[in-house]
Ligand binder design. Structure first.
Ligand SMILES: Cc1cc2nc3c(=O)[nH]c(=O)nc-3n(C[C@H](O)[C@H](O)[C@H](O)COP(=O)(O)OP(=O)(O)OC[C@H]3O[C@@H](n4cnc5c(N)ncnc54)[C@H](O)[C@@H]3O)c2cc1C
Length: 138
């Protein structure tokens, strides 16, 4: 069984925060769960397992359609290092559908190409297709 790290990940650039786990044993049964007490405790109909981009977008989409969900995550801190330096156009389209693209764009920078270097040599280049906007299209 996966055991999440309980020590903050080492980093020169980012201060990782270890969150306290949610343990059922630390949360006594809600009075509403007792047979004699009022309406039953409201439960989410959907459990989303994993709070990576796929899980978070799933939860956002469900919420947009009025379906409450609970997101379950086995880690106690965010993943090591960057795993989202660049977003592709398709990723941005999906983020736009769930209503968060503008906020993400506001804290990011536009990009058209990326280079990977190894020992001073460029070993990879990735280029985004040029967007033809109304202002530039001929
Ligand atoms: C070094 C690196 C750099 C990257 N850079 C980019 C980039 O610049 N741009 C880009 O678009 N993509 C990048 N990626 C790819 C991107 O990170 C992945 O495509 C994306 O994270 C996949 O999302 P996901 O939600 O499917 O999975 P994940 O992000 O892996 O999320 C899955 C989550 O589920 C949790 N989980 C797993 N099993 C369980 C369980 N049984 N119970 C509870 N929780 C569980 C995990 O802890 C994890 O948090 C990079 C990846 C790496 C490794």
């Amino acid at each position: 069984m996966h055991q999440p790290a309980t020590e903050a990940r080492p980093s020169l650039y980012y201060r990782y925060q270890v969150f306290a786990p949610w343990l059922p044993s630390a949360h006594p049964a809600h009075p509403a769960q007792l047979p004699s007490a009022g309406p039953p405790l409201q439960r989410s109909r959907v459990a989303v397992v994993g709070s990576g981009p796929a899980g978070m977008v799933t939860a956002l989409e469900l919420a947009r359609h009025g379906v409450a969900s609970v997101v379950l995550e086995s880690e106690l801190q965010v993943s090591q290092g960057s795993r989202a330096i660049v977003f592709t156009r398709r990723s941005m389209e999906i983020l736009q559908q769930v209503g968060v693209a503008d906020r993400i764009t506001a804290s990011g920078l536009p990009w058209r190409f990326g280079n990977s270097f190894y020992r001073g040599q460029r070993v990879f280049r990735m280029e985004a297709h040029t967007i033809r906007t109304t202002a530039t299209a001929r």
